[in-house]
Design a protein around this ligand. Structure first.
Ligand SMILES: [Cu+2]
Length: 505
């Protein structure tokens, strides 16, 4: 770490002390700072001092981005100065599934920036990638030189280079920043940029959450997304796929806002159980109240943001998820062909076989049995035969025998497989039997305060873009908040910027 950066960090630490969650040396983001108390010491934020937000009469609560840190800043006169570093990131999107993506300051999506409408903002962008990049401020009404369009509004930032963006922000709403290099976008390079309004929104919310929707094509046994692939098998909320996502914790009766931001190749219909909501904002800011109609599913298109609001008056652990069926799954990859699930695939085979190109038969046939689901092991490290069509009786028998013998991975508790005796005689079997079931449960592996008290085995049915909105009675809510405090107390307070503890130099 060089001297200049250290000095900068120390400067940032003075104003941003306590903002940043501790991280592990691996660069895998820890849980979010999550608690808003810390955010309230950010200078310039018009919130009141440290107190219970549920009883806070301040104009707004800061935005909470589960599993993603907030980006601290320092004041340079009247300018809020942020520092973003574009860099490779190792990210654990599911227990044991650590992938090589690209992001900012050790996180993909990058840290959340929060400013106030009217602020003068400077963002120093350093490029620690092995190729040029450029930062685009999506939807910002800023001078063309600050737009980050590579080649037209500025030269791309070369590897090792820096570009300093500076602008005054007149807008309000849920905005975001992203690399304006298309393939880099598919490697994770986006982050949220919240502009809090001068005139607080009405009605006031007690909880304000943010979720960034992303998707990756990462074939089994590989850690690098294939950014050219158009079939996505890892669908994430804030860089985590269910069951590793962090539930949104709400006290019964609170008014809740959830900001959804999408950058990828698909539009996501995000569905909430148990509550009606209204869409109160888009990527263009607050919408007039006359446009708010009730719904329970909001389509968040690529490059869009949507704010939804509702009163959490229905107690329970309610699912919040993308409703595209394949987006509620992990590790789906039917285009792998014989490369996985085929014991004994030799290395150095001829090109067609090596690339999974079939010479004969259907890709779903028994012979070419494609890879389905995350299989029997996290990260699909286990090879096993499975086709999406009926197997011949002897192969089916052999397969289920293998299944029964398979040892569960550590932390997974394999429940009984509930299939009927003649299951293999039914065309179409299996569908979810080996993909979503108590067999898939990994409650312990994803244990965290926010999951406390969920129904045992819950994690066997949460994949992809899924999480919970937990609408809790006061006592249970308080209990989880205490657990969180306790967990945070155990970690040393980091006086560093997120991701800075990697040693690049
Ligand atoms: Cu989706």
């Amino acid at each position: 770490m060089n001297k200049g950066r250290r000095a900068f960090i120390q400067g940032a630490a003075v104003v941003g002390a306590g903002l940043v969650a501790a991280r592990e040396a691996s660069g895998v983001p820890q849980q979010n700072v999550d608690d808003m108390h810390d955010m309230q010491i950010m200078p310039g934020m018009k919130t009141k001092g440290k107190k219970d937000t549920a009883h806070d009469n301040g104009p707004f609560v800061p935005v909470e981005t589960p599993d993603v840190p907030n980006l601290p800043f320092r004041m340079d006169g009247d300018i809020k100065e942020f520092h973003l570093i574009a860099e490779p990131v190792k990210q654990e999107i599911n227990p044991g599934r650590i992938v090589d993506v690209w992001g900012y300051n050790g996180s993909a999506p990058g840290p959340t920036i929060q400013v106030n409408q009217g602020d003068r903002v400077r963002v120093i962008v350093d490029n620690h990638l092995p190729e040029p990049t450029s930062m685009h401020w999506h939807g910002f009404e800023v001078p063309i030189e600050m737009d980050g369009a590579p080649g037209s509004s500025q030269e791309p930032i070369p590897p090792g280079g820096r570009f300093v963006y500076e602008f005054t922000l007149r807008q309000e709403g849920s905005y975001f920043y992203h690399s304006h290099m298309a393939m880099q976008e598919m490697m994770g390079m986006i982050g949220a940029f919240i502009m809090h309004p001068k005139q607080p929104y009405k009605p006031r919310v007690e909880k304000d959450f943010l979720i960034i929707l992303q998707e990756y094509a990462i074939l089994p046994n590989i850690t690098v997304p294939n950014s050219m692939n158009m079939e996505f098998n890892w669908l994430t909320f804030n860089g985590k796929a269910g069951p590793a996502t962090t539930p949104l914790i709400v006290r019964r009766g609170e008014r809740v806002r959830i900001r959804l931001i999408n950058l990828g190749m698909d539009h996501h219909p995000i569905h909430l159980h148990g509550h009606q909501f209204v869409v109160t904002g888009t990527e263009g800011g607050r919408q007039p109240e006359s446009t708010w109609g009730p719904g329970n599913t909001v389509l968040v298109g690529v490059a869009q943001s949507r704010d939804i609001e509702f009163v959490a008056n229905n107690p329970g652990d309610w699912m919040l998820h993308c409703h595209l069926p394949h987006h509620m799954m992990n590790q789906m990859s039917s285009n792998v062909g014989p490369m996985s699930r085929r014991p004994g695939m030799p290395a150095g085979v001829e090109m067609e076989r090596g690339m999974g190109i079939m010479k004969q038969g259907s890709p779903l046939s028994e012979e070419n049995g494609s890879s389905l689901g995350r299989g029997m092991g996290v990260g699909s490290t286990a090879e096993q035969l499975m086709a999406n069509t009926p197997l011949s009786p002897h192969k089916a028998a052999a397969a289920s025998e293998r299944q029964e013998k398979q040892e569960p991975m550590e932390g997974m508790h394999m429940g009984a497989l509930q299939v009927s005796k003649d299951a293999n005689a039914v065309p179409g079997f299996p569908q979810d039997a080996f993909m979503e079931s108590p067999m898939m449960a990994m409650d312990k592996m994803v244990d965290k305060p926010e999951n406390f008290g969920l129904r045992p085995g819950w994690s066997g049915f949460m994949q992809g873009m899924t999480t919970f909105v937990r609408v809790l009675p006061a006592d249970k809510y308080d209990q989880i908040m205490q657990l969180r405090e306790k967990q945070r107390g155990k970690k040393p307070m980091q006086m560093d910027m997120p991701g800075m503890e990697h040693h690049h130099e």
